[in-house]
Design a protein. Structure first.
Lengths: 409, 409
């Protein structure tokens, strides 16, 4: 890359981020890879904090993912350490030692057990993580902990991200107002070099870990798992939800009582997922694909993902070409039930193709105008059932090649 | 696109193509989409010609694929009509009528049954195929049939191809010399707009259709099904093998007697498949990926394809970066058994990573030199079993975006 990556044209401003009771944090410069910017985040959670986590399905996960998976059954979190610049993946025993050293240093300075320290790393793969650089600044970070640094936290975890990502909501739970605030980084869903997807969500609600976990898993499934930049899957993807129990609500597992919290959690995750797509490497357009009429919701999602991951569909969108032939191709290659003679396709709300062919008298004027915009909407009706899903992606542009074809060198 | 697509730097020259006894052909300009070049191919086969075919697995196939599938059980071929510029896909009843009109016209001029006329179309999707333009030149093509026009045939079926593709071998069968010659087009494996993969192979051997079919299916599985440009699957991919029975061998189904024919067929298909990859849209480098030590050959192929289809691996290769971290990621996302601590990766014959980490003292000098070449070799050892597979792809470059982001407009 000659010079920094320009800010995505789809970027959104960072919202105002009020503190979440029970969460304090500090950011520092360890110089792991980047110079002149923050690259380490330390967070401290109230003693009552419960935790839920969802991790990459990649079978070659990073050492921090393995660590988090091991301690998650404990259900309690007292700290979080995140570093940017080195993913600590594929480092063998050295990777495991770096994880242990980082957790031990954080546990010592916070006065808690290492088994309650969550870790995440993002950056290059296969280079030893210099954990000593993180350990060296740990006491300084501890001395600097403050509740009102969420925006700094969002910046410290960035890698190829061109803008910091955060979202916040409030909800009613057990008669009290609670906060749900999240930060995220990621600019491929997936790129293992520099674009792992990490997200951390904080709430002051009191919710048992065993209640938190299925809610997080479902919300991730409907947000982060509905977006794709380039079909690759990072070795480090991590979403953690921390509930500090400081809001004063009575813990509950009643689904009705939790409905508003679930709504707030879903909205925060949805917002963060959209920001990740908006910062997709090289993205010039945000693309929503809704598939209706599939034989099941699962089938609809697979068809949607086949369209969203098709390089031919994505390059056509980059070229502002409403190329529904490529959408037909992508539906057909999904391997899900489909009948070309029942298929209908709309772009920007205009139905271009129905019943296996182009709509007679189809006027492409509104579609051409829609394709020139920043937000592209594609609707596909399979015509076989009631299955429905929406997925999001971005276009595939020269910027993606620029970023990924020359990053490391 | 401003101006024509430049010839691939990986292009190979067209070999000398001697006639195949029992095959004659003519090419013509129907002006379906292209002006000033040939776009229709008519072939006539000896009355004794048997046929085998393998077609796209896309569930929204083109009308010509449906037609070929319907007549294939007959096992006899007397003619072939191929047009470039319009794929006759997603045209509903009009597509079916275009197919019938073309087959009827060819059958009439050749004096044979329409059920022995094979058809293939490649080009844009969803625009009605003006079959009348093909029908109008059919008698002229018939008058012009000649055995020595295979090179012209290879050119007439091109779309975004930057060079014509053909391969030829001889084999011994039943005591006589027989010819095996094939032509192909395709410059994504897959692109439905203009880059469908079509291949037609001709032999003068006498081989029953029921013996031909499994041989073709296996040879396709080991050649065309081991290459990928961008993971998309055309609605029109078609491979047809015609055996004219003019060589004078006695028909046989004895596997031993057919061994040398199988070898020649495999070599022709392998050569053609390599040419398709070499003409991959925007390709600057040909990439061979061999996966060893997987739990099965099937598992090895799935891992190889996950690497070959990874946009991050492909852009890294375009950037001449031996980014083995991205290869680790791709192995992990394949969903096949893998253990990151047993994984080994070599580029250009140099083992960079072994046993879950970088090789101590690894010197990247030879790897850097290898990455600057036109032909890139990646070896992955999973370390779990004896499964092995080799797949081929090309790099992902700005050229791919240029071609696919602005073709139709």
């Amino acid at each position: 890359m000659a010079g920094p990556i320009p800010i995505s044209p789809l970027a959104l401003p960072l919202p105002s981020l009020p503190p979440v009771a029970g969460v304090s944090m500090a950011v520092g410069q360890a110089g792991i890879r980047y110079q002149g910017r923050t690259d380490v985040l330390l967070m401290k959670f109230a003693e009552s904090t419960t935790v839920a986590g969802v991790f990459t399905k990649n079978l070659c996960p990073g050492a921090p993912v393995t660590w988090c998976r091991e301690i998650l059954p404990g259900g309690i979190a007292h700290g979080l350490v995140v570093n940017a610049g080195n993913a600590n993946v594929f480092n063998g025993v050295a990777g495991q030692r770096a994880v242990e050293a980082t957790a031990a240093a954080a546990a010592k300075t916070l006065g808690v057990s290492a088994g309650t320290i969550y870790l995440a790393s993002t950056g290059v793969i296969g280079e030893p993580l210099p954990a000593h650089k993180i350990v060296a600044i740990m006491d300084g970070l501890h001395a600097d902990l403050h509740p009102d640094r969420l925006a700094d936290a969002a910046r410290a975890i960035m890698t190829t991200d061109t803008f910091p990502k955060a979202a916040t909501r409030t909800a009613r739970l057990g008669g009290v107002d609670i906060a749900v605030t999240g930060i995220a980084k990621g600019s491929g869903m997936i790129a293992p070099d520099m674009a792992t997807m990490l997200s951390f969500i904080f709430t002051d609600a009191a919710i048992p870990a065993e209640v938190l976990q299925p809610m997080l898993a479902k919300a991730v499934d409907q947000s982060f798992n509905c977006i794709t930049i380039d079909s690759d899957t990072s070795t480090s993807d991590t979403v953690l939800l921390f509930a500090t129990g400081q809001a004063g609500n009575k813990p509950t597992d009643d689904p009705t009582a939790l409905a508003d919290f679930r709504r707030a959690l879903s909205e925060v995750l949805h917002d963060l997922a959209m920001m990740v797509v908006r910062d997709g490497e090289g993205a010039q357009k945000l693309v929503r694909i809704t598939v209706d009429g599939a034989v099941s919701n699962h089938s609809a999602k697979r068809i949607g993902m086949a369209i969203a991951n098709s390089p031919l569909v994505k390059t056509a969108i980059a070229g502002e070409d409403a190329n529904w032939g490529r959408i037909v191709m992508a539906v057909g290659k999904a391997g899900e039930p489909a009948d070309r003679d029942k298929l209908a396709i709309a772009v920007g709300g205009t139905w271009m193709a129905k019943a296996g062919g182009i709509v007679p008298g189809y006027d492409e004027t509104p579609v051409v105008a829609h394709m020139k915009g920043r937000e592209i909407e594609i609707d596909v009706d399979i015509g076989l059932g009631n299955g429905r899903a929406t997925v999001w992606t971005c276009d595939l542009t020269h910027g993606y090649i620029d970023i990924n074809g020359s990053y490391r060198s």
